[in-house]
Design a protein around this ligand. Structure first.
Ligand code: CP
Ligand code: NVA
Length: 316
């Protein structure tokens, strides 16, 4: 679908756009979406999706994203059409391109969780309706938007916020890098060299950072990365689809566990973030998950408000 920037009534319009990566959005468009999410959270009224049908196509498991988008479509007055991977003809070999062209005839937008990022890009190329990325192996932008909302609520501003991501340089890390780059945050990412973020993603985020004054730093030492941080973020060491390398990942990532001792190196007001689901005792201890710094359930709740902001902006 379109990647055009339009002005409507003095406000940037994102109508008709795809939401595949935060990289595709200008810094002011990302800010607009975060502010919209905050307005939905604060009780903004409106049913901009009345008479709109939105397919939710989930090709791998999901709790938060699936429920958040389903509830968001309903709350906005639309009708969600939930589809699991095994239920659609994709499972029997219908092509991504044909599926995109067919769904474009039947619904007004589609939210997709896919294995390969290239599949969602191909879907979007052939679809004539807006496509929302609900997670791929490369990116998780709707999570990052909710994370920006959580950080904004806690700190009142995103610019120059010191956020540290520790662990696997995965899809969540990649979208966090774009989120930081678009909003002027200072992001440190600490991973083992073998599990560093994708160099192409990192270069694109670094390019985005140039216009906002964001700082992105890649390290190996989790202790150095966490020092003085306002927020410490981690995610699972074994993302969906990466199970064959689980043992090697657990071995390499063990020194990156977020424990109370690691968190103690951060700022006294530090918050602990995790997109969930967590593997307690692996990437994070129970003590940190359930401790006073943890904002993980607020983060999960914010997925709904971020979903509303995305859908209302691009589909309504
Ligand atoms: N954080 C997240 O995307 O969770 P789900 O896999 O449950 O959707
Ligand atoms: N990195 C994780 C995120 C799950 C929400 C995965 O892709 O499995």
């Amino acid at each position: 679908m379109s990647t055009r920037v339009e002005q409507r009534g003095g406000r940037v319009s994102l109508a008709g756009r795809d939401f595949l990566s935060l990289h595709d959005f200008a810094p002011e468009e990302v800010s607009l979406l975060v502010e919209d999410a905050l307005r939905w959270k604060n009780g903004q009224d409106g049913r901009p999706l009345v008479r709109k049908n939105v397919a939710l196509l989930f090709l791998k498991p999901s709790t938060r994203t699936r429920v958040a988008f389903d509830v968001a479509v309903s709350d906005l007055g639309g009708h969600p059409v939930a589809l699991q991977g095994g239920e659609v003809q994709l499972a029997r070999g219908e092509t991504v391109a044909d599926t995109a062209r067919v769904l474009s005839q039947l619904v007004d937008g589609v939210v997709i969780r896919a294995f390969a990022h290239r599949d969602i890009e191909e879907f979007a190329r052939f679809a004539t309706i807006p496509v929302v990325n609900a997670l791929t192996d490369l990116l998780h932008p709707s999570q990052a938007l909710a994370d920006l909302l959580t950080l904004l609520e806690r700190f009142g501003s995103l610019r120059r916020l010191r956020v540290t991501y520790v662990g696997d340089g995965n899809n969540v890390c990649h979208s966090l890098a774009f989120a930081a780059a678009k909003t002027g945050m200072h992001l440190r990412v600490a991973t083992p060299t073998n599990f560093a973020p994708d160099p192409m993603v990192w270069a694109a985020a670094a390019e985005d950072a140039r216009s906002t004054g964001a700082q992105l730093e890649l390290l190996n030492d989790p202790r150095e990365a966490v020092r003085g941080a306002d927020a410490v973020y981690t995610d699972t060491w074994v993302s969906m689809g990466f199970e064959p390398t689980a043992d090697a990942r657990r071995r390499a990532l063990e020194p990156y566990q977020v424990s109370s001792a690691l968190l103690a190196l951060a700022a006294p007001h530090v918050i602990f973030m995790h997109d969930l689901p967590a593997h307690r005792g692996e990437e994070v201890t129970d003590e940190v998950m359930d401790g006073p710094s943890s904002v993980i359930f607020q983060q999960a709740g914010n997925r709904l408000h971020a979903a509303k902001a995305i859908l209302a902006a691009i589909i309504a």
